[in-house]
Each structure stands twice: as C-alpha cells, then as structure tokens.
Design a binder for this molecule. Sequence first.
Ligand code: ASP
Length: 342
Amino acid sequence: MMDRTSVLIIYTGGTIGMIKDEKTGTLAPFNFNGIYEQIPVLRRFHYHLDFHCFEPPLDSSDITTADWAELAAIIQKNYESYDGFVILHGSDTMAYTASALSFMLENLNKPVILTGSQLPLGEIRTDGRENFITAIEIAAAREDDTPLVPEVCIYFENRLLRGNRTVKYNAENFNAFVSPNYPALAEVGISIKYNRPSILNPNFKKLKIHRHLNRNVGVLKMFPGITPGFIEGVLFKSGLKAIVLETFGAGNALSGKWFLDLIAKAVSQDIILVNVSQCMTGTVEQEKYTTGIGLAKAGVVSGLDITTEAALTKLMYLMDKYTDPTVVKQLMQTSLRGEITV
Ligand code: ASP
C-alpha cells in the first residue's frame, strides 16, 4: 500500500464522535470526513489515516457480540494494509469490547487502541481531542519496524492500559478507567513513556480471528440475603453453561449447605463456575477462608485476579472453542493474553 505510517480509525459510536447542534443542543454523529477541519493538528503527523464508520453509530450500551465479530473482521481484512488500529467507542462498555477483542484476535502483532471521551469532540473542553490524537500516535509507534504495543489496549486520560485488565469506574471524571491489577503500559505527559517490561512481546505469527462467541455465559453476583430461588433460576433455568460468580473479598461466598449443594449440583451438570471477586483490586484465594474453601471443594474455579469483563468474554471465547469443560477450566487459569497473573 502506501509507504508512510498508516492507521485505520474505526468509529463505532459513543460520545467522542458526537457534535452538538448549536441550535437544538442535541448531539448528532460527527462526520469524520471533516476531521482535519476539526483537528487541523492531525496533518502534522504525516500519517495516512483512513476511517471506517459504523452505520448507524452505536451507543456502547447497545454493542453486541455481532459488533465485536464485525470489528475483528474489519481488523483482519485490513491487517496487512495498516500499521495500527484505533477504535473509537463509547466508554460505557469499552472494557468489555477491549477484553473480547483481546481473545478474538489471536497472534495480534499490531496495536489496537480503543479510546473515547466523556465530552464530545466538538466541545471546547473536550477530553476527546487529546485521547484521539494520542491513541493515533500510539497505534503508529514502531521501533525497528516492530510495533511498540502489539496489544488490544484502552487509552484514556494520559494512560495506556491493557484492554483486558480495565474496568470503567468513573462516570464523570475524564479519568474513567482503571487497571487495578496490572500496571499501565504507558504514561503520557510531555512524552509517551512506555512501560516496556509490562507490554506483551510480538510472536510474529499469523493473525487468526475468532468471530464466534458462546453467549450461554452470565454473571451471578453474590449479596447478603440472596435467595435459593434466585440462585436456582440462574444456575438451572437460564440455560447458561458457564457463570462468573462474583464473590466477596478474596473469593468468599455463603457457607450454608443449601448453597454449596446447589453449586456442587451445577458443577456436576458441567456448568462452569468461575470465582471472581467483587473487589476491584487483589486476587481470589479460595483456600483462605472456610467460605472460600467450600466453593473450591464444590468445584468452582478460581478466576485469580481477572476482571469480570475479561472473565465473561474469555468464557464466551473458550466455550465456543472447546466442548470439554476440563479444558475450559484449565484455560481459565492460564494467561492467554495477559489477562491474569499466574
Ligand atoms: N453512553 C456513551 C457510550 O458508552 C458514553 C460514552 O461514550 O462514553 O456510548
């Protein structure tokens, strides 16, 4: 294709690509053909930028697994033609999309940087402008022709985070994302400081995409006062084949016999249960308290320090790929894309 650095920008929707109609005050999708008028400084990169826009743009709350498959397919189709990819996406479900894509894009050796903003690009105080410009710079960054960040990441408010380690934790601040159990891959100030030891190494293998995900997966959040009927409904009446069990603290749940019997019954029916803590920081240690030991004995798999977003999307990916629950359970405890600390 072209001999200058090229980045494909995929706009899925979300606040960043909205512009306020001065007369009505409503937000309408921005036309990316006019991007150089909106952000003239982009010309100074001398990169070749192309745009692909979802039609219609989606509020990220409406994103589906079919949209993730479309994103994976767009990346695969354009993989050889571009040095990197920027996905503009609403922040609300960005951590889910970033996690899903990390599993769907096997042998990824180029940057896929998701970003968005809390204020639309056209607003005077927008955070979108900086997020957008820096995400492009990171997607284009190479050294000796090798991309600096060959990973699916989220760039937001001066920090580059591994996508499958992120959680949206603030609905108001520009600093909307955290990576509670893994360091930032880059900190952005006057310069972009890459945290090289924490970034995955490229494996130079051919990209392979997994477009299909198994949606018979869900989340069951523990809370004091939860009823047997509610648990039974989720475990046995929902048709789910794998469930993220959001537990307390270091991976604890109820110790009552009725509860542990239901859990053991689900496991005996080959329903995969993965223990993920409701706490953002730290890891599940099922053997620490009696209330955790009960789960381990009943056959619940520890999710270690994985986020709910990554656990859920990893299960969607693994459950489509493997039919043997033992393999899925074993892989849930294996780091496939740097999503857990083992
Ligand atoms: N509701 C919007 C979305 O997630 C918020 C945002 O763009 O950040 O699409």
